[in-house]
Ligand binder design. Structure first.
Ligand code: SPV
Ligand code: MN
Length: 627
């Protein structure tokens, strides 16, 4: 076998060489060697996670111009991505599928050999004149059955800095693990960059995931969702691993919800990007365990979950003292924060929805910005991008859940699903059983595209479990695994559907206040613990007015009227039937081998709706169903 370490010696100092050779895993040496051989950096920096090295990376992000410290509050820096790289780029993010294997057409893919040739061609010599930074990380808490080892090679100091806030340091874990330890390997290069440190060849942006070798290639981009291997890129690898090993890798927030007498119940939730996931996890008075990705395992019959990250890459739009007081407080005080794609003026960051008047000029992701500036299409450039973000370590939050590092994770009492559904589903409901909840709320999740991806906003779509973009196995298999996973548990979590986006049928106004989600979560907590009854409807169990009213009073100090309740919880039969039509059409077109179990749940839901329609008409007030 080739001596990869020896071959790397010419590219590294003795010190860096020693750090790499202390990891007794030839596959690691090989991965670093192959990335270096392909991208041809001038030098390689191996990070062994010492505080000095981490400080060096952070400083280099500033020296290189990828971040700027020209911001008044200590610890804060800002970073800009290019105008064409302001969100996840679905069109150029593809799974490399070997000849003879097939995935559903709904999943973005390219034949492996062709894709490898293309992406490796683009990576060729892409780091010339630059440093390749090598970082070792783990997904999930250390020394746990959840832990996955990860390697990142990148030429971006910003990426190397971001992963420091977002993931657990892993050099020691790699060192201890020894030969043969499996790991995810990610390679990122910004490619050719301009004076603003932004990729020039944005039309040659490619993000390809080779699941046959657990390798991710990302080239010609900066946006963290495209560049950081461990966000949604490694999630695709994890979904395959989970499939093989019988667990779940999910687009989950996980929160601890307080109940009566200091009880705490953990609830996980899947929402498409920019649909309320983080703001749910951050509800005041509750605790946040995860805000984006969770792994879930059956441990001794119990459904247990961990956060694979330990930081937040969050949407900054609409963070203000009223709607998101906890995050707002963090963003307003000294501490390590990377702001991305905000407006900078007077050495301060500004963003949309911060509830103060924004300056009329400054610098933003398009360079010098002034009110009325238009882009090349003649469209007005907003002061800050809608998808502007902040990156922080989770432990800085006072409401960070104390179990974050528990190697066994936390027990999930409930799982919820929610998308942007203006028409059909009530604000909160509980599935009749695991299968019903998983299919009717998760697999049938409807939403709209948002600014978190690069494409037109507001397009209606089905987004299975809010994870469809990242699914890397046949969709039928994914759903089958989910259903089976639950059935093997001694105690299944309850399954809920939420809808924060329901509108009034006549006025089009939103029927939920921004904070109402807190009530729905508290109601779920009570349901998980058998503290309240519910009303049976054709689409699931819904809350009783008598149970919600005191919750509104206690939690939000708000009067909750019967009239509001009826508007929110009226079952809209025609809308629900139309929804079923759309879901079934999607399945027919995209999942030929879907299990009969899934079809059966949908069929029963349709029958219940039709029966209720016959008896009560098109719009059924919860009062009528109370029984
Ligand atoms: C999302 O878009 O779902 C995110 C941000 O959480 S990222 O995946 O990093 O783009
Ligand atoms: Mn996400």
């Amino acid at each position: 076998m080739k001596n990869y370490l020896a071959a790397l010696q010419a590219k590294t100092s003795q010190n860096n060489y020693n750090k790499l050779s202390a990891i007794n895993n030839t596959e690691v040496h090989k991965a670093v060697y192959e990335s270096a051989e392909l991208c041809n950096p001038d030098t390689i920096f191996i990070c062994s996670d010492t505080p000095d090295e981490v400080a060096y990376i952070r400083n280099m992000a500033i020296v290189a111009g990828e971040e700027s410290a020209a911001i008044a509050t200590p610890g804060h820096t800002f970073h800009f991505d290019g105008p064409y790289d302001q969100g996840r780029d679905r069109a150029v993010t593809k799974l490399l599928v070997p000849k003879g294997e097939s995935l559903n057409e709904a999943l973005n893919q390219i034949e492996r050999e062709e894709g490898l040739t293309e992406v490796q061609g683009l990576c060729k010599d892409s780091m010339k004149g630059r440093t390749m930074i090598v970082r070792f990380l783990t997904l999930g808490p250390a020394d746990s059955e959840f832990t996955i080892y990860c390697l990142e090679c990148t030429d971006s100091w910003y990426v190397a800095h971001s992963v420091d806030l977002l993931y657990r340091k892993g050099y020691e874990a790699f060192r201890k693990a020894g030969p043969g330890t499996e790991f995810f390997n990610t390679l990122h290069s910004a490619g050719k960059i301009n004076e603003k440190m932004v990729s020039v060849n944005h039309e040659k942006k490619r993000i390809y995931i080779d699941y046959t070798t657990n390798t991710v290639y990302s080239i010609n981009n900066q946006y963290a969702g495209n560049s950081i291997g461990f966000k949604k890129l490694a999630l695709r690898l994890a979904i395959r691993k989970a499939h093989q090993e019988g667990w779940l890798a999910e687009h989950f927030m996980i929160m601890g919800v307080k109940g009566p007498n200091k009880r705490k119940t953990y609830i996980a939730g899947a929402f498409p990007s920019a649909c309320g996931k983080t703001s749910t996890a951050m509800l005041p008075g509750e605790t946040i365990l995860a805000d984006d990705i969770g792994y879930v395992r059956n441990i001794g019959g119990v459904c247990r979950a961990v956060n694979i990250e330990c930081g937040i890459f969050g949407i900054i739009q609409d963070i203000n003292p009223k709607d998101d007081p906890l995050i707002h407080e963090i963003l307003s005080n000294p501490g390590e924060i990377i702001f991305s794609n905000v407006l900078i003026k007077d050495a301060k960051p500004w963003w949309l929805g911060m509830d103060v008047e924004l300056p009329e000029s400054g610098i933003n992701f398009t360079g010098d910005w002034f009110k009325g500036k238009t882009d090349e299409k003649g469209e007005e450039v907003p002061p800050a991008h809608k998808n502007a973000r902040y990156t922080i370590a989770q432990k800085v939050l006072a409401n960070c859940d104390p179990e974050l590092e528990n190697p066994l994770g936390v027990e999930l009492g409930g799982i919820l699903y929610g998308g942007r559904d203006y028409r059909s589903y009530v604000p909160v409901q509980q599935g009749f059983d695991w299968e019903h909840g998983i299919v009717a709320y998760g697999a049938a999740l409807e939403t709209e595209t948002t600014f978190a991806t690069i494409e037109a906003e507001g397009k209606h779509e089905i987004n299975i479990m809010s994870i469809q973009d990242f699914i890397s196995i046949p969709l039928a298999q994914y759903l089958h695994n989910y259903l089976q996973f639950g059935k093997k548990l001694k105690k299944m979590p309850l399954v809920f559907g939420v809808n924060y986006f329901l509108r009034d049928r006549d006025t089009g106004e939103f029927l939920n206040g921004h904070q109402d989600k807190h009530i729905w979560v508290k109601w779920m907590e009570l349901r998980v613990n058998n503290d309240v009854d519910a009303i049976e409807t054709p689409t699931g169990w819904i809350p009783k007015y008598e149970d919600l009213q005191p919750l509104f009073r206690q939690v939000l100090n708000k009067d909750y009227s019967k009239e509001d309740y009826i508007k929110q919880f009226t079952i809209r039969v025609p809308e629900n039937l139309a929804k079923l039509d759309r879901v079934e059409k999607f399945y027919h077109e995209n999942i030929s081998d879907l299990s009969s179990e899934v079809w059966h749940v949908l069929k029963e839901q349709r029958e219940r709706l039709l029966k209720a329609q016959e008896k009560f008409g098109d719009y059924i007030s919860p009062e009528k169903l109370k029984g």
